[in-house]
Design a protein around this ligand. Sequence first.
Ligand SMILES: O=c1ccn([C@@H]2O[C@H](COP(=O)(O)O)[C@@H](O)[C@H]2O)c(=O)[nH]1
Length: 235
Amino acid sequence: MKRTPIIALDFPSPDEALGFLDRMPSGLWVKVGMELYLQNGPGIVGKLKDRGHDVFLDLKLHDIPNTVGRAMEGLARVGADLVNVHAAGGSDMMRRALDGLEAGTPPGQKRPELIAVTQLTSTGEEQMNREQGIPGILMDSVVRYARLADEAGLDGVVCSVLEASAIRDACGEEFLKVTPGIRLADDDTHDQKRVATPADAARAGSTHIVVGRAITRAADPAAAYETVKRQWEES
Ligand SMILES: O=c1ccn([C@@H]2O[C@H](COP(=O)(O)O)[C@@H](O)[C@H]2O)c(=O)[nH]1
């Protein structure tokens, strides 16, 4: 995969997402999340692929193994390069997701890579302890989910930059560490709890960074993208 930031296209309509991309460089990595996909359907993925972008379809499936497996079989035909589930769904669910993707990938095409969300980057340790009832430090929970995903045969995880190097130690260099919660210095953190800069991410061993509002809501999105990319590539 290309070492380029993944831009989160958190827009309500294809017109807004594609209009935004008209003002950006070509051949990007982009992320389609629930906001865009659930209101507009799978057609947006094909439109982005036709424009030469790589697509991370971030739907974070989490249900019983049979349901997730069958859903993934369908998603394999949508044309995304990268898809995901929640690791909290368990190892059987993750294995069935992978089986579904393999079964659904059209002959001659590459199976989308599959990663698992560990702990959302909007979750803090105190919240995890109190609301999820998971005692101890958040890092341990994230690494535990990463090992589970690795053992289930997944290609990697979504985690924050703060856990990337521990996951590299536990699961290896090749295992994907896709890290949202990216902010430039002095940016508003919004609803994110575990944030870091693109330079931090490069040093920590993230394989991909996901950047939304720091680019899409910037006064000059193309300039913000170039700043993020430079920090990410140079560190
Ligand atoms: O743990 C996670 C998993 C996914 N996301 C998604 O990434 C972007 C981040 O947007 P920002 O505007 O850069 O905060 C967003 O689409 C989330 O759904 C995440 O943030 N954390």
